[in-house]
Design a protein around this ligand. Structure first.
Ligand SMILES: Cc1cc2nc3c(=O)[nH]c(=O)nc-3n(C[C@H](O)[C@H](O)[C@H](O)COP(=O)(O)OP(=O)(O)OC[C@H]3O[C@@H](n4cnc5c(N)ncnc54)[C@H](O)[C@@H]3O)c2cc1C
Length: 327
């Protein structure tokens, strides 16, 4: 089960099913604590601790099973704009939908009952519509991106989440950093934002190329509309990838209590964290996790194998050295 959790090549639904199996295993151990002769004296502190953990665990597992499985609202695809590696899609509901705050996400699933639901940040919309920008990242999203068409029906859950970039005119200075499809929370924030003379908002949008950047025209349109927004688009295919010195230069003239909101790959988050502490900034860093499983994929092979190769390389000269010495 641990292996299933660690490897990204094993699809999410298998990971989820194997994780659900942890429940029955835990029930067995809880049963053991209460009903099977054990080396722990009943009533003694270690037994009481085991009993407490067992009770809390069983309650938590029951709560997981009882959780609402299917997102409630039936919606229809109204607009589909494909881009390289993803799709920008808008759904329309027949009845008004509950309000959402920019930065929140919702669960999306096919129409059928018990269909698998996936979380996506709401990229925009009003009372009757919801927009999402979805990148093909695995089996469900690959299928969605390649098959979704106008008129298809889906289900959407209510908006949840606490990643809420500040958009009102009383905000502190904001530093927003988006990697690829990580632009979605900022897209809905920009859509709601009105031109004002409040604190500056700097948005770095890191993209692979313009073709692979969903909704980039909308982001640029908002940059023209909002005088408080300083948009910096950095494209990998134009050798503009964000580096630590470049980032430090951008941060240099920000106020110390600037708040950071970032949504992108882990490497980007690490770099921002380093630049922030190097510049002695006191503002908080908020980040959104698109990949909560944190499993290893092919792109991590370099990080996993490099230390092993380095270790082997270090052993080899030592070994050669001892042969030379003894001869
Ligand atoms: C809060 C949040 C907001 C997100 N917003 C966006 C967005 O705006 N646009 C976008 O393209 N992607 C977004 N994602 C990522 C998106 O949910 C995953 O890419 C998608 O669920 C992958 O599913 P898959 O079956 O295609 O891929 P898989 O290969 O099965 O999964 C790839 C990884 O995605 C994550 N994941 C898969 N299924 C789920 C699920 N049901 N619930 C939670 N995580 C899952 C897991 O960490 C998994 O390792 C968001 C994720 C989260 C948690």
């Amino acid at each position: 089960m641990t292996l299933v959790a660690m490897l990204r090549m094993i699809p999410y639904h298998i990971w989820k099913a194997s994780h659900t199996l942890m429940g029955p295993l835990f029930l067995l151990s809880a049963f053991h604590t209460f009903f099977v002769a054990s080396p722990l004296a009943v009533g003694a502190a270690p037994w009481a601790l085991m009993a407490g953990v067992s009770i809390v665990g069983v309650i938590a597992w029951c709560q997981t099973l009882l959780r609402k499985l299917v997102p409630a609202r039936l919606v229809e695809v109204e607009r589909v704009i494909p881009f390289d590696g993803g799709v920008d899609v808008t759904f329309r509901s027949k009845k008004p939908m509950p309000k959402f705050q920019p930065g929140q996400f919702a669960m999306l699933s096919h129409k059928s009952l018990r269909a698998e639901a996936h979380p996506f940040t709401i990229a925009g919309g009003d009372e009757m519509t919801r927009r999402f920008v979805i990148r093909a990242a695995g089996d469900w999203t690959n299928n969605f991106v390649s098959t979704v068409k106008i008129g298809d029906q889906f289900r959407i859950g209510r908006a949840v989440g606490r990643f809420l970039p500040q958009i009102d005119s009383q905000r502190k200075e904001q530093f927003w950093v988006a990697g690829g499809v990580g632009i979605t929370p900022f897209l809905s924030a920009l859509e709601r934002m009105q031109p004002d003379v409040g604190a500056r908002v700097t948005l770095i949008f890191g993209i692979r190329s313009r073709d692979a950047a969903g909704a980039i025209q909308d982001v640029e349109r908002h940059a023209k509309r909002l005088p408080q927004l300083n948009l910096i688009v950095l494209a990998d295919d134009r050798n503009e990838a964000l580096t630590l010195p470049r980032l430090s230069q951008i941060i240099r003239d920000m106020s110390e209590d600037t708040q950071v909101y970032l949504c992108g790959p882990q490497g980007l988050k690490n770099m921002i964290g380093r630049a922030w502490s190097m510049a002695n900034m006191s503002g908080r860093i908020y980040s959104e996790h698109f990949d909560f499983r944190g499993a290893y994929g092919m792109e991590h092979l370099n990080y996993i194998l490099r230390p092993i190769l380095d270790a082997v390389r270090n052993i080899k000269p030592m070994f050669t050295g001892s042969v030379v010495a003894s001869s």
